[in-house]
Design a protein around this ligand. Structure first.
Ligand SMILES: Nc1ncnc2c1ncn2[C@@H]1O[C@H](COP(=O)(O)OP(=O)(O)OP(=O)(O)O)[C@@H](O)[C@H]1O
Ligand SMILES: [Mg+2]
Length: 271
């Protein structure tokens, strides 16, 4: 099982949209491109529970499975199925805040490797685990970074988001001591609108930031927001929309259908 974490410190840059769409497209596969469906576990690690709400497994009243996993380091009994064949989910909710405090107070047990231990239990059951993260660096996000194989960082081309990116990369480098295998697969430009300023920001990002940036950008589309109202990913809501098409091309690029081998991509990553 390859563990892919979607992270960025700035809020609202498209982490959840990217996580749910990537998980769904990997699970479905693509007949046209002869890519078979994979077994995917979507891990909602954000107390907002947006991914859980989208797949209609959000519960407000009881402690959600993700919180239990953080507290115990065990995954059994904490996976829910979705209506999508091949796609299971670990839901999250606001109890995550309490779970984080509990873990921080627990000095007797290791605090950082609970997701790693838990996910090892199901490493034979899934091909991919996609983790959607909140815009912070709480104990649950540190657990993600310790467990992960690869990291995708969705950014918007604005100053706050790019500052968040620098900070994120610094934190990932620090966590390398705990997880030397973690690789930044790439930065994904989301909610893209072509202007003189965004073009300049893109040139800086691609040429000066030192980060590996995916060729494919995700364009701004009203359909992305509309899709959330109907609890759908952009691809299911409007397959022809620019946002759906862009995500499909991004997944092609990511899984190597345009010639990028994932391992090679990781190796050539300068960060
Ligand atoms: N390509 C896009 N075009 C237009 N709107 C988008 C696009 N991608 C995402 N959005 C919208 O922007 C908002 C934020 O996206 P999303 O929830 O994916 O961000 P996030 O990084 O997960 O946010 P948070 O940090 O709060 O978890 C949502 O309303 C989403 O529908
Ligand atoms: Mg989110």
């Amino acid at each position: 099982m390859k563990i892919i974490s979607i992270v960025e410190l700035k809020g609202g840059t498209g982490k959840t949209t990217t996580a749910v769409t990537l998980a769904e497209l990997l699970a479905e596969g693509d007949k046209k491109r002869k890519r078979p469906g994979s077994r995917v576990l979507l891990f909602d690690n954000d107390k907002q529970g947006n991914a859980s709400k989208l797949f209609e497994v959000y519960e407000r009243e009881n402690e959600a499975p993700a919180c239990k996993i953080l507290k115990t380091g065990r995954i059994a009994g904490n996976i829910r199925s979705t209506k999508e064949p091949n796609l299971d989910i670990i839901p999250c909710n606001y109890y995550m805040e309490l779970a984080e405090l509990e873990v921080k107070a627990d000095q007797e047990h290791a605090q950082h490797d609970r997701y790693k231990t838990a996910l090892e239990e199901v490493s034979e059951h899934y091909d991919f685990c996609v983790i959607d993260n909140p815009p912070d660096l709480g104990m649950n996000v540190i657990n993600t970074l310790v467990a992960t194989d690869e990291i995708i960082i969705p950014v918007n081309l604005d100053s706050y988001s790019l500052d968040g990116l620098e900070e994120m990369v610094e934190q990932i480098n620090q966590i390398r001591a705990l997880n030397p295998k973690a690789k930044i697969a790439g930065v994904l430009i989301t909610d893209y609108e072509k202007t003189d300023t965004s073009e300049a920001a893109e040139i800086w990002l691609r040429e000066k930031s030192g980060c590996l940036v995916f060729e494919q950008k995700i364009r701004h589309s009203k359909k992305a927001k509309d899709a959330t109202i109907y609890k759908m990913t952009p691809c299911h809501y409007s397959n022809r929309s620019s946002v759906a098409q862009d995500y499909k091309r991004f997944v092609d690029e990511y899984v190597g259908y345009y010639g990028h081998d994932l391992k090679e991509r990781g190796k050539s990553n300068g960060i």
